[in-house]
Write a protein that binds this ligand. Structure first.
Ligand code: PTJ
Length: 241
């Protein structure tokens, strides 16, 4: 057990979530490596949500609320780290939840689905063999007809670059959370939140609830004024200082 008084309590607690995810069979062992990479970048940005990350969170909330068919894509890491928050966000928007994993495993997909249902998700869509997105060779091209296939806006935290590029080529808007501003996903996404998903999700939930009361024209203005290139530049500047 980690004592709350430990100076690295939050970081150790988060590590335990990922390790538990592997033990439960929902997180891939590669997820441990991805988490370590995230930790290194988090250290460099000061382990705090920056103002530019907040700006991206605001734009993300507005874009999700403006979407006709928003979808939240879930992998083994995000299911282990923030399952309740992802479900809560999906209910507020509302948006479909779809499981789409990088390291192919039918067994793990089903385990993630069961886990989300246990955590109070009404539904979690799975990829279907008859429905694919273009410009992608890997297993990840398979998507759900009612989910990513027809989505206009997709929230894909902790994503790999190939799929982000493919989703953009399929004319979909992509929102990601990635602590590495240099990753292909961070560079290609429509909105990149350079922050730890553990800190982002509660803030994104609060903003989405608040923006739900806004007029569409106000939300459109927030999205229009948002500049992802500027946000990426600022995060790199922060890392260098
Ligand atoms: O469950 P699967 O099979 O879909 O696999 C999921 C992972 C995450 C293992 C897979 O998508 C993968 O290998 O991802 P990458 O290419 O390593 O990219 C993950 C990105 O997420 C990296 O740029 C990390 O810096 C970043 N990252 C890791 N942990 C966090 C994070 N960003 C925000 N918050 C974190 N906690």
């Amino acid at each position: 057990m980690i004592l709350k008084s430990h100076p690295r309590y939050e970081s150790l607690r988060t590590r335990d979530l990922i390790v538990d995810g592997v033990k439960k069979g929902i997180t891939s062992t590669h997820g441990l490596i991805a988490h370590g990479r995230g930790e290194a970048f988090d250290y460099l940005i000061g382990e705090k949500t920056t103002n530019f990350a907040k700006e991206a969170i605001h734009a993300a909330a507005a874009l999700l609320l403006l979407a006709k068919h928003p979808v939240i894509s879930i992998n083994g890491n995000t299911a282990a780290l923030v399952p309740k928050e992802l479900i809560k966000l999906s209910k507020i928007i509302p948006a479909k939840l779809e499981i789409n994993i990088f390291h192919a495993s039918k067994k793990r997909e089903l385990k993630i689905k069961d886990y989300l249902i246990k955590k109070s998700a009404k539904e979690a869509l799975l990829p279907q063999k008859d429905f694919t997105i273009k410009h992608l060779e890997s297993n990840r091209k398979y998507v759900n007809k009612d989910g990513i296939y027809k989505a206009d806006v997709i929230f894909v935290p902790l994503e790999d670059g190939n799929r982000t590029e493919a989703l953009i080529k399929n004319r979909k808007k992509v929102i990601t959370i990635d602590l590495n501003p240099l990753s292909r996903t961070a560079q290609k996404a429509s909105i990149t939140i350079v922050d730890n998903i553990i800190r982002t999700m509660p803030l994104l939930i609060i903003k989405t609830k608040q923006y739900k009361k806004f007029k569409k024209s106000e939300l459109k203005k927030i999205v229009k004024n948002y500049n992802n290139k500027k946000i990426l530049k600022e995060s790199l500047r922060k890392i260098k200082t």
